[in-house]
Design a protein around this ligand. Sequence first.
Ligand code: KIV
Length: 293
Amino acid sequence: MSEKPPRYASWTAGKLPLPELAEMKRRGDRIVMVTAYDAPSGRLADAAGVDLILVGDSSGMVVHGRESTVPVSLEEILYMTQWVTRGARRPLVVADMPFGSYEVSNEQAVANAVRLVKEGGADAVKLERGGTSVARARAIVEAGIPVMGHVGLTPQTATVLGGFKAQGRTAQRAKELLDDALALQEAGCFAIVLEAVPPAVARAVTRALAVPTIGIGAGGDTDGQVLVWHDMLGFYEGRAPRFVKRYADLGEVITEALARYAEEVRSGAFPEERHTYAMPEEELAAFEAALEA
Ligand code: KIV
């Protein structure tokens, strides 16, 4: 729980109103979403003018070095959501519901979504898949919490899908994907992520839905786009999916800065006098006298 709950007025001041997302779709204004996992990245995403921040369970892989998103816990997402919401003011912050936090029952899903909003400060939550997730989404929406759906490649159930593979590539799978998206919309989801699906399928789903679609590896015709922070900024070492565009190579910038620091520590070039604190001369003299006594 954040130490000092903000007052209602300051809590909502400057926040992008959720209904504005549907208006953006109607106007044809593209929605920008990025993941973030701590206060500085929340602050920077806000400063860059993004609309939505996802505290994604991708953190399990890009931040915590795991092989998949499956082991990520509710507590981890909760902490990161608290950090991000301390940094970000205008963007709506969506907390990912990790695997195991909503599958068991509607009651489990609502209880955990409430924690992410109440303790984490999230504005909304996201869950993956159609199927039983539709009922979970409906229950969470009925509890008063905005829900974002996620269909296509759903990393939490990648084993069932046969790995981290593009989805909706047959007529039947594309139709199932569309049906899942429609069911999630009908359950009350305010937006739906489409991950790793052919552009033609993403286009058809986007046209069929009244709520915005946010694509990742779904081509340019979705209502918005999302990328993972570490992938797009170039400090994730693993093989990035083909849909990632690197907007910076911060990994290289950081390594170069650390190498210079190491070199200067070893040579004695750092720290310089300007990096130190002064002491009044008489105090120094008294200290030296005390040392000699
Ligand atoms: O966890 C995550 O970052 C996600 C995005 C890839 C949509 O779910």
